[in-house]
Each structure stands twice: as structure tokens, then as C-alpha cells.
Design a protein around this ligand. Structure first.
Ligand code: SF4
Ligand code: SF4
Length: 137
């Protein structure tokens, strides 16, 4: 299975080779989709992890025990559905296809599996309804 996570590193963990450790210790394939990290500062990675369920669980437990905060991507991006007027601006900007508006209901839908935290929806929503917790905004 493949899942996306946001890894938040505390200041003292930014110099660790997490990718190496996940591959070597848990046989987890890791694809870094976005990185906002500097040695000596806290930072974040958007990663796609591929492994079976048990390997993923063990790898994530290891990351947490190492002081890294592991969050599912879906928990880090949201929009205020109540205020949304389903204008479609954000869906037009979202080239990954994570945001869509289609018949029959023409209501905005979000698929976190396709999101790459490009933040274009933040800028394209005229009502500023999106909230994304990933590095600088
Ligand atoms: S952050 Fe980018 S990929 Fe994710 S929903 Fe917004 S526009 Fe789409
Ligand atoms: S741009 Fe804003 S108001 Fe328009 S569909 Fe997207 S979230 Fe809703």
C-alpha cells in the first residue's frame, strides 16, 4: 500500500537520515514529494511511503519514537465547507486532481491521496477558505 504523510522534525532531528533508516530497517520505499527543511531548524517533509501495512506501522512507530511528528496529509489540509460557494476556482488551479467539481451535484470534493501540498488552492479561493499546515504559508 502507498500512503502520504507529513513528517515534522524538531530542531534536533533535522540532520537524521530518515529515508535511509526507513529503507534499511523496515524495507519501506519513500518518495519525498516536498521538503521544507534546514539543518539546525525544525522542518517538514511531505512523503509517500510504500510498504505492507505491518511494515508501515513499524516504520511510523519508529519515526514517532525518534521524536518526529507523523501526520496523515488529510489532517493537514482543510477548507471551510459551510462557507464554500462551489465556484470551482480551486479545482481549476489544482493540477494534481485532488480537488474536483463534477456533475451531478457540482460540489467540491477533495482526495487527499492526490494532494501534493502545492498550496495553489490557498491562493485561488476568493473566500480564502483553505487552511494548510505545512511549513511557511
Ligand atoms: S494543495 Fe495543491 S494539490 Fe493539494 S488540494 Fe490544494 S491545489 Fe490541490
Ligand atoms: S475556490 Fe473556495 S469557494 Fe470556490 S469552490 Fe474552492 S473552496 Fe469553494
Amino acid at each position: 500500500m502507498t500512503k502520504k504523510y507529513i513528517l515534522t522534525f524538531p530542531v534536533d532531528a533535522t540532520d537524521r537520515s530518515v529515508t535511509y533508516e526507513l529503507i534499511k530497517k523496515f524495507d519501506i520505499r519513500i518518495n519525498i514529494l516536498k521538503a521544507e527543511i534546514e539543518i539546525g531548524k525544525s522542518g517538514q517533509l511531505l512523503v509517500e511511503l510504500e510498504a505492507n501495512e505491518e511494515q508501515l506501522e513499524r516504520g511510523i512507530k519508529y519515526l514517532k519514537e525518534s521524536g518526529i511528528i507523523v501526520s496523515a496529509l488529510a489532517n493537514k489540509i482543510s477548507h471551510d465547507e459551510e462557507k464554500c460557494i462551489n465556484c470551482g476556482n480551486c479545482a481549476s488551479a489544482c493540477f494534481s486532481g485532488a480537488l474536483t467539481i463534477k456533475a451531478p451535484d457540482w460540489k467540491l470534493k477533495f482526495d487527499p491521496a492526490k494532494c501534493i501540498i502545492c498550496k495553489l488552492c490557498l491562493k485561488s479561493c476568493p473566500l480564502k477558505l483553505f487552511k494548510i499546515e505545512f511549513a511557511e504559508q
